[in-house]
Write a protein of this length. Structure first.
Length: 45
């Protein structure tokens, strides 16, 4: 189970906000390769 982290920060108008964060436990997987669709598409003109 991931450990949560509790934090606060001050907004531009001085209000203190609380938030909770669960950091990643492993690196992200790489994104799939981007592929272009080529051809005679009516909306690609």
């Amino acid at each position: 189970m991931r450990e949560q982290q509790d934090h606060t920060f001050s907004t531009h108008d001085g209000v203190e906000l609380f938030y909770r964060h669960w950091p990643a436990t492993a690196p992200c997987r790489p994104a799939p390769a981007h592929r272009e669709v080529l051809g005679d598409l009516p909306y690609a003109r």
